[in-house]
Design a binder for this molecule. Structure first.
Ligand SMILES: Cc1cc2nc3c(=O)[nH]c(=O)nc-3n(C[C@H](O)[C@H](O)[C@H](O)COP(=O)(O)OP(=O)(O)OC[C@H]3O[C@@H](n4cnc5c(N)ncnc54)[C@H](O)[C@@H]3O)c2cc1C
Length: 302
């Protein structure tokens, strides 16, 4: 979608928005899949309400992009524009055991920055790509750690009320890859309360998690992490593996040989290839186990 009306472009610029025209989203997603559209980079939280009012008044549909590591985006010219928060400098500020983190901050860098200041707890999240905002949205987690456990408060833009609000961690439910945020809530910043731990101990924990990832996941291949959520008490990857589906391919989209719940773009896979593969695997698992796997990856259709 192109923002061709110069008046809108001018009004957005006055609100501190940086317009990046005709962006190939395949370059902004870890799967390397996605069509083209205009991207608006938002520099000031306080202008978000005015920006969204403007887009809504003009009937311009939009989606909100973090680091693009949990997204499968449709092919071709996309019928909506994409909004993204610009990263402020600094994006993490420490105050005792509290880390005030902007939603656009990189999650991995946040974990290591806090570690260098003897603040731990989040070692398990080290290999999770993407932004802190994206991690909050889905309650990212790994190796027994989930980001929600450390949330003291979150600053969100609540689209339903058109206001910026601060929610206490206790007001939010953080479950397995699910939170109680409304679908159109926008994470802006978070305060994490982290336990004190010596840097050397944190680094040791980080090394162990990195080794586990290296041993089980396809490194250096384009993926969005796990495609499906694990059903209660079961492992989606194990079921797919037991059915002998590792290596199953549709075009350049394939089930990883390394980790059956990671689907990789082995070349020039299209969204259609990946969606066909996902549907095929879901159907086979349902037939064999009577379990309908739910997507963990977020799909933005064209
Ligand atoms: C190699 C690899 C390994 C992975 N391992 C793990 C893992 O161990 N555990 C795990 O949980 N995940 C894992 N993931 C998935 C992914 O990294 C996480 O879900 C991550 O938290 C997504 O963050 P993001 O910023 O990239 O979000 P995006 O992919 O950009 O967006 C995902 C969703 O969050 C929304 N969103 C993003 N930012 C915001 C915001 N500020 N406000 C509101 N909504 C927002 C988007 O609109 C979209 O709906 C892995 C991915 C890869 C590629």
């Amino acid at each position: 979608m192109r923002l061709s009306d110069t008046r809108i472009v001018g009004e957005l610029a006055a609100l501190g928005v940086e317009l990046k025209p005709c962006v190939a989203l395949s370059g902004l997603t870890s799967l390397g899949i996605g069509g083209t559209t205009d991207l608006l980079r938002i520099t000031r939280h306080d202008d978000i309400a005015a920006i969204l009012d403007l887009l809504d008044e003009r009937g311009i549909p939009h989606r909100f992009l973090g680091g693009g590591s949990n997204l499968l985006i449709g092919d071709g010219e996309l019928p909506w524009i994409v909004l993204q928060l610009a990263k402020p400098d600094p994006d993490v500020v420490l105050e005792g055991n509290r880390a005030h983190v902007d939603a656009a901050a990189d999650l991995g860098r946040t974990v290591t920055f806090c570690a260098k200041h003897d603040l731990g707890g989040m070692e398990g999240l080290i290999g999770v790509p993407g932004t802190v905002g994206g991690a909050l949205r889905m309650n990212a987690g790994a190796y027994g750690t989930q980001i929600g456990s450390y949330v003291e408060e979150v600053k969100i833009y609540r689209a339903a009320r058109r206001t910026i609000e601060i929610l206490r961690g206790t007001q939010i439910s953080f479950e397995y890859r699910h939170t109680s945020f409304a679908p159109d809530d926008m994470m802006l910043a978070v305060t994490l309360n982290l336990p004190s731990k010596p840097y050397t101990e944190i680094i040791q924990g980080i090394r162990i998690c990195n080794e586990k990832r290296r041993a089980s996941q396809p490194m250096g291949q384009k993926s969005a992490g796990c495609i499906f959520k694990n059903p209660p008490g079961a492992s989606a990857g194990r079921m797919i593996d037991e059915l002998g589906l590792k290596g199953l391919r549709v075009g350049d989209a394939s089930v990883s040989e390394r980790h059956a719940n990671f689907f990789v773009n082995a070349g020039r896979a299209s969204a259609r290839d990946m969606l066909t593969l996902i549907a095929d695997v879901r159907e086979r698992v349902e037939k064999a186990y009577g379990v309908k796997l739910e997507n963990e990856v977020v799909v933005w259709s064209a």
